[in-house]
Each structure stands twice: as structure tokens, then as C-alpha cells.
Design a protein around this ligand. Structure first.
Ligand code: AMP
Length: 112
């Protein structure tokens, strides 16, 4: 996945400040934040979207890491939202599975 920007971020090819990292997952700030806190949590292994995930452990690692990041940022007090845009109608623009962690303001519902 030489061309994948999130693979490059995950493997250090693009220098990025990780706010969380373990053997399976990295988390970093979104380039174009949609809320005061906007973090992306991604598996290091390339999956083009959630549709391509073939191992339930990927979901477990992604979600549990996102909760760790939320707690490390103190977001449990006021709450937060986790979003995984999937495919064209889901609004996905980067074809590497990623979870958005959004917080720091009242988030509208339904989403656009
Ligand atoms: P999505 O639309 O769900 O695929 O989300 C892709 C997200 O990746 C968007 O919120 C972008 O702002 C973000 N993004 C794209 N390139 C980068 C980058 N190099 N570093 C951080 N965030 C990025």
C-alpha cells in the first residue's frame, strides 16, 4: 500500500505526532478538525474500509484504543462521538479504515 497516506503515517513515512500508539493502532490529530478535539484512530494494517475487515480483533483493537485516547484526553467528563465513515455514501474520503474521535462542543444529530 505504497500510495496510502494513512499507511505512510502509520509506518513513519510521513512524520506525525502520535497521541497514541501500540502494536496495532496509531492515533493522531485530524488535519482539518471538525471539532475542538478531532483525532483519527487507525489500524496500522491497511484495510480500505470497515467492509474489508476480516478479523473481529481489528474492531476490538480500534475501539478499545479509541476509548483509551478519549480517557487520556479527559473526554469522559463531557462526552464525545466516534464515527467511522464507510464507503461513498458514508462520506469516506481516505481509503484506509479510520475512526474519528470528536469532542469539545455540542455535536449535532442527525449528521449531515
Ligand atoms: P473520511 O472523510 O472519513 O475518510 O476522513 C478522512 C479524514 O482524514 C478527514 O477528516 C481529513 O481531514 C483527514 N486527513 C486527510 N489527510 C490527513 C493527514 N495527512 N493528516 C491528518 N488528517 C488527515
Amino acid at each position: 500500500m505504497d500510495e496510502c497516506i494513512f499507511c505512510k503515517i502509520a509506518n513513519g513515512g510521513i512524520p506525525t505526532d502520535f497521541i497514541y500508539s501500540d502494536e496495532n493502532v496509531v492515533a493522531f490529530r485530524d488535519l482539518n478538525p471538525q471539532a475542538p478535539v478531532h483525532v483519527l484512530v487507525i489500524p496500522k494494517k491497511h484495510y480500505s474500509s470497515g467492509i474489508a475487515v476480516d478479523d473481529p480483533a481489528v474492531w476490538g483493537n480500534l475501539m478499545s484504543s479509541a476509548v483509551k485516547v478519549a480517557n487520556s484526553l479527559g473526554l469522559e467528563k463531557d462526552g464525545y462521538r466516534m464515527v467511522i465513515n464507510t464507503g461513498e455514501q458514508g462520506g469516506q474520503t481516505v481509503p484506509h479504515l479510520h475512526l474519528h474521535l470528536l469532542a469539545g462542543r455540542n455535536l449535532g444529530w442527525p449528521p449531515g
